[in-house]
Design a protein around this ligand. Structure first.
Ligand code: HEC
Ligand code: HEC
Length: 402
């Protein structure tokens, strides 16, 4: 049996039947008060409705008990996600840096915030983030969607949406005075005297983000038994991806192609140094990544955490160039050269160093030989993870688009 499946089955066995059966692992789903909307409103959808089309090789995402998934919240969250009024100066929305056509990444090397601040990081795809054990490239403290979703709204370093104490009241006043929003907030958060709050905005955004589920790629049709869904090249690429020589599945295994995936709630986030940098600083410290991009080290200040990042899901990876945490790798071809080398050789003087000899690097990044034909096969496999139904799904699209 192939590794992609094996990882998931092992997870199922160790968690008992409920974890693989579906709804039982989810928190209570229906929001008891959510049916109190106007009579014209359709009955609220619960988590089971959003997750019922997932194929059998996908577990159901967890939903926290204090923020059950309802259609009122998801639809409100979708509007907020696409609305520039959610920024301090009215110029940016979440979707400015997370575009559906690019699997909710932005195509830039580094994202640029609403006040022009350059983000040290590359915008992440929001594909299947409902399964993330942690959020952002290398932050073990952001373990809930709600915790993450607040960050881009209020961040000051760098400024993203730039909501602060000086403009928050104005931002909220817009949503209060807009009749459509006022009704939607009241339906999403019934029995609250003043439902238009920053905390409720975050809950609605998180609800929408949990529905960004990608499971309709050619690879999924192949998993479901349609042998013709993958080209011969992609099938050879899959073999290589799972081979002992390449060991990609050591970190990108399972249905979501990431070892930092949460299915039962018990999983801890996992991080790796892949040898992208090996900079010796003027103070003599070694094995560094560039400033502000040192991964888990930024949080813990523990030397062994330098350069450690989460292995991202590889779903829709062909749509999310440039690659890696700082967008410093332009193409999948270049990325595979780095893995084949066993780390990246950086020759520019300010970041000079051979990542292959970074001592913090993970043992599974050991380098390998790869012919041009094999590289093409591997890329064909990665391209088979592109889910066009996801990038064109009207339920995930901009509700304000003409
Ligand atoms: C200025 C561009 C920008 C804006 C605006 C922005 N993001 Fe992001 N987003 C990023 C970048 C860059 C990262 C990676 C951050 C890091 O690792 O420090 C990210 C990461 C994320 C993640 C983590 C994904 C993962 O796989 O862990 C989520 C979730 C997310 N953003 C949601 C949102 C939401 C919701 C909004 C609106 C409230 C938003 N973003 C606004 C650029 C942006
Ligand atoms: C030791 C764990 C590990 C192994 C083995 C590994 N990866 Fe990764 N992968 C990661 C981590 C961690 C990142 C993010 C690193 C960063 O940006 O600093 C990453 C990033 C990537 C990215 C870029 C993702 C993005 O959104 O920019 C791709 C594509 C990728 N890996 C594919 C592969 C392939 C193909 C293989 C096998 C040749 C492989 N990986 C082997 C851990 C691993």
């Amino acid at each position: 049996m192939r590794f992609v499946k094996r990882v998931f089955l092992l997870a199922c066995l160790s968690l008992g039947a409920v974890a693989c059966g579906g709804g039982a692992v989810n928190a209570p789903m229906a929001d008891p008060g959510a049916s109190g909307g106007s009579p014209a409103t359709p009955p609220p959808m619960a988590a089971t409705d959003y997750f019922k089309t997932l194929p059998s090789h996908f577990p159901k995402p967890l939903v926290p008990a204090d923020n059950p998934l309802t259609s009122a919240k998801v639809e409100l969250g979708r509007r907020l996600f696409y609305d520039k009024k959610l920024s301090g100066n009215g110029t940016q929305s979440c979707s400015s840096c997370h575009l559906q056509a690019k699997a909710f990444s932005d195509g830039l090397k580094n994202s640029i915030g609403s006040t022009g601040a350059v983000h040290p990081r590359n915008s992440q795809s929001l594909t299947n983030i409902a399964y993330n054990a942690s959020f952002n490239w290398g932050n073990p403290t952001l373990t809930e969607m709600e915790m993450q979703n607040l960050q881009p709204i209020i961040n000051t370093d760098p400024v993203e949406l730039g909501v602060n104490d000086g403009n928050r009241a104005t931002v909220l006043a817009h949503f209060k005075s807009n009749a459509d929003y006022a009704r939607r907030f009241a339906e999403a958060f019934p029995n609250q005297a003043d439902p238009v709050t920053q905390a409720n905005i975050v809950k609605a955004l998180a609800s929408f983000n949990r529905t960004l589920l990608s499971y309709r790629a050619p690879f999924d049709r192949f998993e479901a038994g349609d042998g013709s869904a993958l080209s011969e090249a992609a099938k050879r690429g899959l073999e290589l991806f799972e081979s002992d020589r390449l060991e990609c599945t050591a970190c990108h295994g399972g249905f979501n192609f990431s070892d930092s995936t949460r299915v039962s709630g018990a999983e801890q986030p996992v991080f790796h140094n892949t040898g992208l940098y090996n900079i010796t600083n003027s103070d003599g410290s070694m094995n560094n990544y560039p400033p502000r991009n040192q991964g888990v080290f930024e949080i813990t200040r523990s030397v062994g955490d330098k350069g450690r990042m989460r292995a991202p899901s590889l779903r829709n990876i062909a749509l999310t160039a440039p690659y890696n945490h700082d967008g410093s790798v332009a193409s999948l071809s270049e990325l595979l050269d780095n893995y084949a080398h066993g780390g990246r050789l950086v020759s520019n003087p300010t970041q000079f160093g051979d990542g292959r000899s970074n001592v913090i690097k993970d043992g599974e990044i050991h380098g390998f030989s790869l012919t041009a034909a094999e590289k093409a096969d591997l890329i064909a496999f990665l391209e088979s993870l592109t889910d066009m139904a996801f990038t064109t799904d009207p339920a995930l699209a901009d509700p304000f688009a003409p």
